[in-house]
Design a binder for this molecule. Structure first.
Ligand SMILES: *[C@@H]1O[C@H](CO)[C@@H](O)[C@H](O)[C@H]1NC(C)=O
Length: 321
């Protein structure tokens, strides 16, 4: 979720996937430059989920299913059905989950997604997370919308690092994803665990240091999100103001959207619409350019290699004769 102004103070403690793919700042690690490079390589080798790039937009696609940045309407359609499918699946299988971060803030306004939000965030308890890993990992889940018109398939992919509940190298703070196989957009699922029950009983943390008290979360409240039953953390107002400050519950203009009180909807401004279109085109152009360049370099390297091998081969051909 992108509430940069509100979130600045908590940015480092956020559970969002944004920035996951970015290399660690050099000052965080010490040692020679060779060992720095090696450590960065080891880190990304350990990373379970991969995105086309680390930016706000492309950082929210799973690289395996990414074909291109989808437009605003397709994103809204994708995310809306995705969260409905997710909530239904969890309810039908008796798995506890609740909505979090920007997804929860959207619920606070009108029980829906914030239309400018990039992703959907949910949380589960550590116990549920382990159960997901053991029983539902890699399952493909079919979904049909209530009107029967939309059919989709979602992959539940559970990170191999879920057994480790500390942050570690920070490459695996997202525990699981619910992925739309058509375009790679996904829900980030993070588990909350009581990591130090002896020293800090009743304190639940995700791998990105978000902390909650048992009484902030439980008993979960029954509500509705995007038209389907959903669970909400008990002290949602406390959680939201801690994460985004009071402003986020009051400001009616944000990210090129205006709150329309009679419709109870966020409406996108025409200006923002233009900007988004332009930005998306620009982003895809750069992405394709980078891919082309990578391809060219690979081809060049292969050419060099075959040039080196050729004289050897000619020599041995001659010797054969
Ligand atoms: C989920 O499945 C993938 C693919 O088989 C595997 O790499 C990963 O370790 C599994 N996750 C867990 C928690 O076992």
């Amino acid at each position: 979720m992108r509430l940069l102004h509100y979130a600045a103070a908590v940015a480092t403690a956020s559970c969002f996937a944004t920035g996951l793919a970015a290399p660690a700042p050099a000052e965080e690690v010490s040692g020679s430059s060779a060992s720095l490079v090696k450590r960065a390589e080891d880190k990304s080798k350990n990373k379970y989920f991969h995105e086309p790039s680390g930016d706000d937009i492309m950082g929210h696609y799973d690289i395996r299913y990414f074909k291109g940045v989808v437009d605003y309407d397709e994103r809204t359609d994708t995310l809306t059905h995705m969260i409905r499918a997710y909530l239904n699946f969890f309810r039908e299988n008796g798995l506890d989950t609740w909505i979090a971060h920007g997804t929860l803030l959207g619920w606070w306004w009108n029980g829906k997604m914030l239309p400018w939000d990039w992703d959907v965030d949910t949380q589960v308890s550590g116990a549920t997370l382990h159960h997901l890993g053991e029983k539902y990992n890699q399952t493909h889940n079919h979904y049909v919308s209530e009107d029967g018109k939309t059919k989709r398939e979602y992959l539940l992919d559970v990170n191999s690092w879920i057994w480790e509940r500390e942050r570690g190298d920070g490459m695996n703070i997202i525990d699981a994803r619910w992925i739309d196989l058509r375009n790679g957009l996904y829900i980030d699922i993070t588990g909350l665990s009581e990591t130090h029950p002896d020293a800090n009983p009743g304190v639940w943390v995700c791998k990105n240091y978000h902390r909650y008290k048992t009484t902030d979360l439980y008993p979960l409240r029954e509500s509705v999100y995007e038209g389907v039953p959903a669970k909400i953390p008990y002290a949602y107002d406390k959680i939201l103001t801690e994460e985004y400050q009071q402003k986020a519950l009051v400001l009616t203009a944000y990210e090129g959207h205006i709150w329309d009180p009679s419709a109870k909807e966020w409406q996108k401004t025409a200006e923002q619409d233009e900007k988004d279109k332009h930005d998306n085109e620009e982003r895809m152009r750069k992405y394709k350019e980078a891919q082309e360049k990578e391809k060219e370099e690979k081809e060049k390297a292969e050419e060099e290699k075959s040039k080196e091998e050729k004289p050897e081969k000619e020599k041995s051909d001659k010797e054969d004769k």
